[in-house]
Design a protein around this ligand. Structure first.
Ligand code: DUC
Ligand code: ZN
Ligand code: ZN
Length: 487
């Protein structure tokens, strides 16, 4: 591979903002400097007028995931191509423990599937449903020898994904002691199941009842329970897809207490609200995701938490299911819930619209600084999931994963424009300002002017380390100057 020089860009990291050139070779950043001179054998890319950001790190995506009785409709090929199109160069997907696949077998099976397809680098969390002594031994092995240092557990979906509190506690205790992270889906699954059955019995079958049977109070209750289990286990905990004030209240107060609580939200909770559920129209199935969209007041609390670092990550929960088509031999997807909302697979796409939608509503509309945008979409997810400083920043020695970003480019999003393999986007017709004009992965330009040139199989599995602890704001070492510390 030849060396490449990115010339004249404005480098933005989570902490810095300065004009410089970046020389990349062998897949990593070699030198950053002003006016770097190179010979004719070096490819030069002119980034004048563009921001140069670290490649996006999306730590919550579902590609080819079997969920319930269907499968997400992006393959590792289409999903990673879509990610590159949208400025994301690293994803963390899921391997699923089943009756027949132990955690280690699930990792191996998912790698065999993903490796020949991925166009960007990837890693895996393992979804753990059942915990016994062998599971715990496998989990320890996965952390020490496979570079899989995070595990997802569900408090929702009884009989399908839900783990009981003792199982969650056992995992927290061991994984926390070993330096890893439990990512938790916090909703009270058994009460939600009761509400679903009651709604159906009353003849309430349309998609909006998905939202009405998953009230925010049950996200808050489960979040509180998860925090207390983590506190008892003396372990860090990470809440996925936080959507509500109810959940945030517990997260904020736990962080004030010094408990190691971290959390993500997703762009759809910031961009859409529960007004979409105002009718019985089946098209609303496009917005059947879990948790459901919440109120404008909840959105205000999400923005507040992003501002005060009570939310540290914005990931997509890219969980695509076609409205009408089937996929990979599975029959129709969202349509299977016509007449019974509980059969609509839960999820929406977002892998390639994360950076652009957030840049527009966050940076362009004055809610996030450029540095904070990078921190939320790249640096902190890399730190929390053991990928930093290889990923998540622009520094000598880090992987040469970059996005050249045109902050003045305005684009109207349509599904036809996007690379993902799904028949709709929730962002249809939305105009955004700020767009990636090139994505560089491992020193190679993999997307330029909307054309993705990434080869399937050119991405790598990333063995991850322990999480890089960021102190919650309550815990300060003796003698530490808090005013200098809290940002
Ligand atoms: N939770 C997720 O994180 N993804 C898809 C569905 C769900 O409930
Ligand atoms: Zn979830
Ligand atoms: Zn998810």
């Amino acid at each position: 591979m030849t060396a490449t020089l990115i010339r004249n860009g404005r480098i933005i990291t989570a902490t810095d903002d300065y004009p410089a050139d970046i020389l990349m070779d062998g897949g990593v950043i070699r030198t950053i400097g002003i006016g770097i001179e190179v010979g004719p054998d070096v490819t030069v890319v002119d980034a004048r007028g563009l921001y140069v950001l670290p490649g996006g790190v999306d730590t919550h995506v579902h590609l080819e995931n079997v969920i319930g009785t269907t499968i997400t409709c992006d393959t590792f090929e289409s999903g990673t191509r879509a990610a590159a199109f949208g400025g994301t160069t690293t994803i963390v997907d899921f391997a699923l423990q089943t009756q027949t696949d132990s955690p280690l077998a699930a990792i191996a099976r998912t790698q065999r599937n993903a490796d020949p397809q991925v166009a960007i680098d990837y890693s895996l969390h393992v979804i753990i449903k059942q915990v016994d002594a062998q599971t715990l031994a496998d989990v320890r092995y996965a952390m020490r020898h496979e570079g899989v240092t995070s595990f997802k557990m569900f408090m929702a979906y009884p009989g399908v994904m839900m783990a009981d509190d003792a199982a969650i506690f056992r995992m927290l205790r061991q994984v926390g002691a070993d330096g890893g992270m439990i990512a938790l889906h916090a909703e009270n699954g058994t009460v939600i199941e009761l509400l679903i059955q009651e709604a159906l019995a009353a003849g309430h079958t349309s998609p909006r009842y998905h939202a009405m049977t998953r009230p925010a109070i049950l996200e808050g209750e489960a979040t509180h329970r998860g925090i207390r289990l983590a506190e008892l286990a003396d372990a860090p905990i990470y809440f996925v897809h936080v959507s509500s004030e109810q959940a945030l209240r517990h997260i904020v107060s736990a962080r004030d207490e010094g408990i190691r609580v971290f959390a993500e939200t997703c762009p759809h909770y910031l961009l859409f609200d529960d007004s979409v559920y105002a009718s019985d129209d089946f098209e609303i199935a496009k917005y059947v995701m879990t948790p459901p969209l919440r109120t404008p007041r909840d959105q205000q609390h999400l923005w507040r938490a992003l501002r005060f670092d009570d939310l540290q990550v914005i990931a997509t929960d890219h969980c695509p299911f076609c409205m009408r088509e089937g996929h990979l031999g599975y029959r129709q997807q969202k349509m299977r819930g016509l007449g019974d909302f509980s059969q609509i697979p839960n999820g929406a796409p977002g892998i390639e619209t994360r950076m652009v939608s957030l840049f527009d509503i966050g940076v362009m509309q004055g809610r996030l600084s450029l540095n904070r945008f990078v921190q939320l979409t790249s640096t902190t997810p890399a730190k929390l999931f053991g990928l930093f400083p290889r990923k998540g920043t622009i520094a000598p020695g880090s992987d040469a994963d970059l996005v050249l970003w045109d902050a003045g480019k305005t684009v109207t999003i349509t599904n036809a424009l996007l690379q993902h393999h799904i028949d709709y986007t929730p962002y249809e017709g939305k105009t955004v300002t700020g767009w990636p004009v090139a994505t560089v992965k491992g020193g190679r330009v993999v997307m330029r002017d909307g054309v993705v040139q990434a080869e399937p199989g050119s991405g790598q599995f990333l063995a991850r380390g322990p999480y890089d602890m960021i102190r919650p704001r309550g815990v300060l070492p003796d003698g530490f100057d808090a005013s200098a510390f809290i940002v």
